[in-house]
Design a protein around this ligand. Structure first.
Ligand SMILES: [Cu+2]
Length: 182
């Protein structure tokens, strides 16, 4: 009687391990292929968005060859593009196929799009007021992966600002827009 129960325990234990192994296998497969993981991450967003919310859309059409030295088609759009001074939460969603970021800087004296670009394809980020550059989180990170959102909350005084992506060569290819704060 005791021996029989012990044997059953072994069988139940083995089935449990097999089930666990199968579940782990599925999770790894989803991660490897991306689609399952991307669907899960697409639902992410700020738990609360204080102040005025500016929705920023980061987009690209990599592989589309353009004329005049441009090798990528990237864009950054903000809505609304004019807001009242105070607390602002930028919610940046990457609808493209490659990583992007959102940086907020005072606009250059000569207007948006006029920053000098280094040999590394990046701008001088020294004057950055804040950024949304991580997948499904706020603040600084390794870039917002496709299908995910990042966010940052700032206090902005009246003035002209520039929103941009500083992944190498994205700014040079037009990934910036103006934000006016009244
Ligand atoms: Cu970009």
């Amino acid at each position: 009687m005791i021996r029989k129960r012990a044997r059953w325990m072994v069988i139940v234990g083995a089935v449990g391990l097999l089930t666990l192994g199968t579940l782990t296998g599925v999770a790894v497969t989803k991660g490897d292929f991306g689609s399952g993981q991307r669907l899960a991450l697409a639902n992410c967003g700020p738990p609360k968005a204080p102040g005025t919310v500016v929705q920023v859309t980061l987009s690209d059409r990599n592989g589309v060859m353009m004329g005049a030295g441009n090798s990528m088609m990237v864009s950054l759009n903000a809505s609304p593009s004019s807001i009242a001074a105070g607390i602002v939460t930028f919610v940046a969603t990457n609808v493209g196929a490659s990583n992007h970021e959102l940086l907020v800087l005072p606009a250059p004296a000569d207007g948006v799009g006029t920053r000098s670009i280094g040999n590394d394809g990046k701008i001088d980020e020294t004057a950055s007021l804040g950024e949304a550059s991580t997948s499904c989180g706020s603040g600084v990170g390794q870039g917002i992966s496709p299908g995910t959102t990042s966010w940052v909350t700032l206090h902005l005084e009246p003035g002209n600002y520039e929103l941009l992506c500083d992944i190498p060569w994205h700014y040079a290819n037009g990934m910036f827009t103006a934000l006016h704060v009244n």
